[in-house]
Write a protein that binds this ligand. Structure first.
Ligand code: ZN
Length: 256
């Protein structure tokens, strides 16, 4: 029996339970300043530049991955409770990041995760059947045990995105400290697609130290951004996406 037919043969509810019990635990990694510099020129060398980045090379559950051959499953609902947040923005040298204040949550598999920040990649880090999208947003959340849940939203070329334009209007073109933009608020729920159909799997941070602590939820439906918006981001970050990593013994679930 191969892995797929085995998974299909166990009750869906049980599969869900097993999934949520296997959340990895985490020592505070996010928010910690990393001392060793890294860049996107040689991502295959991240594991060699510092002992604390070793898992980038040795890990067996690395992200991103190509989302192909997902197992169709009755997935639990994702409850999103997002507010309007004041725009606090930073160019950290690797991406444009918007930091969230307290009070924005998602709940999935009976676990509550609080939003810490969201940021952007160009092109998308996850691929679907080998294909990139022009960009991808990552909403990074943490639960009380320190595990992370990241919502990935693919961005495709189309109409200008109004809410993102507020971010784009204030994007620092050089590495900066956090800036609070007065009188600018971001409606977070406008940055999610209407359908919450998703791919889900366990993986890692896609930047050093590549810690394998992330429950990934990547939406299937992309949001639209204009070519101009893509190009504006590209001028600052021509490439800030780690290549896809081997899936190894993992499986990808998707909504039926
Ligand atoms: Zn990311």
């Amino acid at each position: 029996m191969d892995r797929r037919s085995f998974l299909k043969s166990i009750p869906v509810g049980l599969a869900g339970t097993t999934f949520s019990l296997s959340f990895p635990s985490l020592l505070a990694v996010i928010g910690k300043e990393n001392h060793t510099e890294w860049d996107y020129r040689h991502p295959e060398q991240w594991g060699d530049i510092s002992e604390e980045y070793r898992v980038c090379k040795t890990g067996k559950q690395q992200s991103p991955i190509d989302l192909q051959s997902p197992i169709e499953s009755q997935l639990s609902r994702i409850e999103v409770s997002y507010q309007e947040i004041p725009l606090r923005i930073i160019n950290n040298g690797h991406t444009i990041q918007v930091n969230s204040g307290p009070g924005n949550f998602i709940s999935v598999d009976n676990q509550k995760f609080e939003l810490l920040q969201f940021h952007f990649h160009h092109p998308s880090e996850h691929t679907v059947n080998g294909k990139n999208y022009p960009m991808e947003i990552h909403f990074v959340h943490r639960n009380e045990q320190g595990s992370l849940a990241v919502l990935g939203v693919p961005l495709k070329q189309g109409q200008e995105h109004q809410t993102l334009q507020s971010v784009w209007d204030n994007m620092p073109s050089r590495k900066s400290t956090e800036r609070l933009i007065s009188d600018r608020y971001i409606s977070l729920d406008k940055l999610l697609p209407t359908s919450f159909d998703s791919y889900r799997y366990f993986g890692s941070l896609t930047t050093p130290p590549c810690s394998e602590i992330v429950y990934w939820i990547v939406f299937r439906e992309p949001l639209e951004v204009s070519l101009m918006q893509i190009q504006q981001f590209k001028q600052i970050f021509p490439l800030n996406a780690r290549p896809v990593q081997p899936i190894n013994r993992r499986f990808i679930l998707t909504s039926i």
